[in-house]
Design a protein around this ligand. Structure first.
Ligand SMILES: [Zn+2]
Ligand SMILES: [Zn+2]
Length: 264
């Protein structure tokens, strides 16, 4: 049995990640329109009707835009913690009671043969959380939308096989860019987003011998570029004595295009 995944879309225009084994299929966030979500599933050759559930990280629209419509259309259960449910409920449209489930922060929930561990992150939402997926000794981490990467988070995500990790902005592009100061301050704050450099520093603490791939995620359209993110992360990791291309590979994610389904 293998664990597979695809980052369907990533960035402030919408986020969605797909995780599967032969018997379980999970979607994490659906931050694009229902139509676009269907298209993304087509692109990876999967039928959304076969999903076992949608896990929601937090109520920001780039994570929930398509949750209501997708859940209704394909009759899917939705999992979120109580505060996130409260914060997003008004934006989802009508959801049948038998499609609503609670997934508390810090809880480990078993979906068939996948154990999903949630962990809280520091971000300006009601109670944001992200996830580690465990299957037959393999470990996949999804962690974006973080103001900073705490030691507690590092303990949870340590030595994963795969990291899908926020690398939101280049510090200089953000500083020099056209955003109003209030927005800049929010992004840079403890409840904002992780920069390329901070992503790399955090990753250097948690990369293990079995880490094979790192996907840089939630890249800002205005304050980052794929090449710049990759180069910045690569440079910091190199300084920490880590050899990209030998120990592990760095991958992009895209706001519109899914990454190829890959085995963890
Ligand atoms: Zn986001
Ligand atoms: Zn967010």
């Amino acid at each position: 049995m293998t664990l597979r995944f695809s980052v369907l879309a990533s960035g402030s225009t919408g986020n969605a990640v797909y995780v599967e084994t032969e018997e379980q299929r999970l979607l994490i966030d659906a931050g694009l329109s229902g139509k676009k979500m269907d298209e993304l599933f087509q692109r990876i050759n999967r039928d959304p009707k076969e999903l076992n559930g949608i896990l929601v990280s937090h109520e920001h629209s780039d994570h929930i835009k398509g949750v209501g419509i997708f859940a209704r259309k394909h009759k899917l259960p939705i999992y979120a913690n109580e505060k996130t449910w409260k914060a997003m409920e008004g934006q989802l449209g009508t959801i049948a009671t038998d499609q609503k489930f609670t997934f508390a922060t810090g809880e480990v929930k078993t979906f068939g043969n996948i154990d999903v561990e949630s962990f809280g992150v520091s971000h300006d939402a009601a109670e944001p959380m992200f996830f580690t997926f465990h299957h037959e000794g393999r470990k996949l981490v999804l962690a974006t939308d973080m103001g900073y990467v705490s030691d507690r988070i590092k303990g949870t995500i340590d030595k994963a096989d795969i990291f899908i990790f926020e690398s939101n902005h280049d510090m200089n592009m953000l500083r020099m860019g056209r955003y109003p100061w209030s927005v800049k301050r929010r992004i840079l704050s403890d409840v904002g987003h992780v920069s390329n450099e901070d992503a790399a520093l955090a990753l250097s603490d948690v990369i293990g011998d079995n880490t094979s791939r790192i996907y840089l995620a939630h890249l800002s359209l205005d304050n980052n570029m794929k090449d710049l993110a990759r180069l910045s992360v690569e440079q910091v990791l190199k300084e920490q004595g880590m050899a990209i291309g030998e120990q592990f590979e760095l991958y992009d994610t895209d706001p519109q295009n899914p990454t190829a389904l890959a085995v963890v």
